[in-house]
Design a protein around this ligand. Structure first.
Ligand code: SAH
Length: 197
């Protein structure tokens, strides 16, 4: 599937019906999600089982499945998970959706983790630490998105895994939470490829 086609399909997916600020629920924009997944595809990282940690309404998990991966999505919030299941079934793609908490979930046989974890911006959020911890424990390769300026912290945090690539990208954050004041705010983020094998 071409990248543009993937992006268009992702744009058509249903998002969170009532996003929960404490869980930092927002859908990864289709342009970023397709970029992340295409990077993984080109590097041969979608050949085994892919796990989307904090899959929300399923964007990355469904995209990975569309690109040929065996795909598992893990999410804490059952209402988001339900939308993910509906998104996948509408497209006829096979994704295993699992209700679980990243701090305690145990999954074996995962080769690649893809995720857009909470950045820790909201009060009450524990941020991306538990996600990075679980992802590096579970996967051989991890793709993750973080706030700009996180590189030093992430390099140290994931050791002995190695940050292999960091790419700066503009992230169009759509108005979704009640206190957002602009329709689209561009923030700079970083896309990480982390190797754990
Ligand atoms: N991966 C999705 C959603 C990203 S938003 C996408 O790319 O569109 C981050 C997601 O992590 C939210 O859906 C939130 O509910 C989930 N989340 C937050 N804390 C979690 C936890 N402890 N365990 C599992 N999921 C969690």
């Amino acid at each position: 599937m071409k990248r543009r086609k993937l992006e268009m399909i992702m744009e058509g997916l249903e998002g969170f019906s009532a996003p929960d600020p404490s869980l930092e629920q927002y859908v990864t924009p289709a342009s970023i999600a397709s970029h992340l997944l295409y990077s993984a595809l080109l590097r041969g990282d979608l050949e085994g089982t892919v796990c989307d940690l904090g899959c929300g309404t399923g964007t990355l998990a469904i995209g990975a499945a569309l690109l040929g991966a065996r795909s598992v999505g893990v999410e804490l919030d059952p209402s988001a998970l339900k939308i993910g299941v509906e998104n996948a079934s509408r497209l006829g793609v096979d994704v295993d959706f699992v209700r679980g908490d990243v701090t305690s979930i145990v999954l074996r046989g995962v080769s690649t983790v893809v995720m857009n974890p909470p950045f820790g911006a909201q009060k009450g959020s524990r941020g991306d630490r538990p996600f990075l911890r679980k992802a590096t424990e579970m996967g051989e390769v991890v793709y993750s998105i973080a706030n700009a300026g996180s590189e030093g912290f992430i390099r140290r945090f994931v050791e002995p895994c190695k940050v292999e690539e960091v790419e700066k990208i503009a992230f169009p954050l759509k108005r979704s939470l009640a206190f957002h004041t602009r329709d689209v705010k561009i923030i700079e983020v970083e896309l990480y490829r982390i190797i754990c094998r």
